[in-house]
Design a protein around this ligand. Structure first.
Ligand code: GDP
Length: 451
């Protein structure tokens, strides 16, 4: 805990040139640091003030900027905290950093240290910290909304609600374990079992197989599959409207998997253009190409969605290998319709057949609209719902559900209580609040007062 008493500072805006640069200083010496640089008394809490910031050792002006003073615990970190808003130039930033480093008791913050302090001071729990990280990394609207909700405690409230109920149930159970001379309240056993089953039912939808929250963080993986030269790279380029893949007339130029990250109507998609899936050995492809094809196959297997591309200028019968790649949820694309009409849709077991031209752009809008609709169906989170956004959450909740199931089946109250403690601990891992004993004591005391 001694480390907690250090005062830390860091540039909170990205390095480089910009309109402004913001330094944050957190810890017991934050106020002294602000006074030292501004040469005056601290401003009123939480009100911006324009000041001349000076080098403490010789009074030379560094810059003129806004400063803010947040006395703890009403601050991001829960400690005394100050913000210096300077002009965002490299020399200004360097001079301010040097001046701060010279203030006694200050040191440069380590990565994540401000947020770590916010967590240690119970300003944010673990799920909220993750929400903050996700918000900073959010690239699309859907990602932003979910991250903001998680930062605001949407997931934490759900988890804490369950934890609270589980603590109460556990306390009731432990009460009659600890006071065996008391008669068992009639129906308590059944009531406990009912509580537990009810909670399990509420948890089940969060463990949905779709992994919406996790996929939303990662982006939906879409693999573009098809034989060489059908126009996969051209399609990717057309979608991106920028050059990300090499387009050439020679067969098999896409040697590796090329990814394109897209924001499609607010949903994140990762389109992967893969090497043509042809039988390399037979056609004399080289080793690099063999490796490329292997990677492409791997991609196709792990993708959330497949775009299977056919060449409209070629006979469908000659594209059997490609047809074998079509799954029920694939999007089938006939490219080069500027040269030849697409074959009959009825040839496929899916409605999702699109006629496009990567060259002219014809049909691309409809294809993108269909992709967006799929993305929404796979990633969309109903308003207000708090999805699990990490594998970590999913594993903890699955552990909790398993422990609840064991508890329901336990024959002895002591064993049941032990399983409930394990369930509580698993839930606590999501928010990082694992002080089960402490809370249990509180509830237990309340419970016993009436006795
Ligand atoms: P890939 O091997 O499947 O990635 O195919 P490419 O994107 O490299 O395209 C192969 C060839 O087909 C190139 O010469 C492209 O210019 C051409 N091509 C791709 N899409 C179209 C299209 O929609 N219309 C026409 N006319 N040519 C296309």
């Amino acid at each position: 805990m001694t480390e907690q008493r250090d005062t830390i500072f860091a540039l909170s805006t990205p390095p480089g040139r910009g309109g402004i640069a913001v330094f944050r200083v957190s810890g017991p010496a934050a106020g002294a640091a602000l006074s030292a640089l501004s040469g005056g008394p601290l401003p009123p809490p939480r009100q911006a003030r324009l000041v001349e910031l000076r080098r403490p050792e010789d009074g030379a002006t560094i810059d003129r900027g806004l400063v803010l003073w947040f006395p703890g615990p009403a601050s991001f970190t829960g400690e005394d905290l100050t913000e210096l808003h300077l002009h965002g130039g490299r020399a200004v930033v360097a001079a301010a950093a040097a001046a701060l480093a010279a203030v006694p008791g200050l040191r440069v913050a380590e990565p994540g240290e401000f947020t770590r302090r916010a967590f240690d001071n119970q300003k944010l729990d673990l799920a909220e910290v993750e929400g903050l990280a996700d918000l900073i990394n959010a690239e699309t609207e859907a990602q932003r909304r979910v991250a903001l909700d998680q930062l605001g405690g949407a997931l934490s409230r759900v988890v804490e609600g369950w934890r609270r109920r589980l603590i109460e149930t556990t306390a009731r159970l432990e009460a009659w374990i600890d006071f065996p001379e008391e008669d068992l309240p009639a129906g308590l056993d059944a009531a406990v079992a009912r509580d537990l089953a009810g909670m399990r039912d509420e948890m089940a939808p969060y463990l949905d197989a779709e992994r919406r929250g996790e996929r939303l963080r990662d982006g939906l993986a879409v693999a573009i599959l098809g034989a060489p030269n059908v126009g996969k790279s051209s399609l990717l380029n057309a979608v991106a409207r920028r050059d990300v893949a090499i387009v050439s007339d020679r067969a098999g130029t896409t040697r590796d998997v090329i990814e394109l990250h897209l924001d499609l109507r607010g949903y994140p998609l990762t389109l992967a253009d893969t090497a043509g899936l042809r039988a390399v050995a037979e056609e004399g492809g080289d080793e690099i190409e063999v490796e490329g094809v292997a990677r492409a196959r791997g991609r196709a297997e792990t993708a959330d969605l497949r775009l299977v591309v056919f060449d409209a200028t070629q006979d469908l019968a000659a594209q059997k290998e490609t047809a074998a790649l079509v799954t029920a949820d694939s999007l089938v694309v006939f490219n080069k319709v500027d040269l030849a009409p697409p074959p009959d849709r009825a040839a496929f077991a899916t409605e999702a057949v699109f006629a496009v031209s990567a060259k002219t752009g014809a049909g691309l809008e409809a294809l993108l609209a269909a992709l967006a609709a799929r993305a929404e169906a796979l990633l969309g989170v109903a308003g207000g719902a708090a999805p699990l956004t990490r594998l970590r959450h999913r594993e903890a909740l699955a552990d909790c559900v398993a422990a609840l199931r064991r508890a329901e089946q336990a024959t002895l109250p002591e064993l049941r209580a032990e399983d409930l403690r394990l369930a509580l601990r698993a839930l606590g891992r999501i928010t990082g609040r694992v002080d089960v004993e402490e809370l249990l004591d509180v509830v237990f005391q309340e419970f016993c007062i009436g006795k």
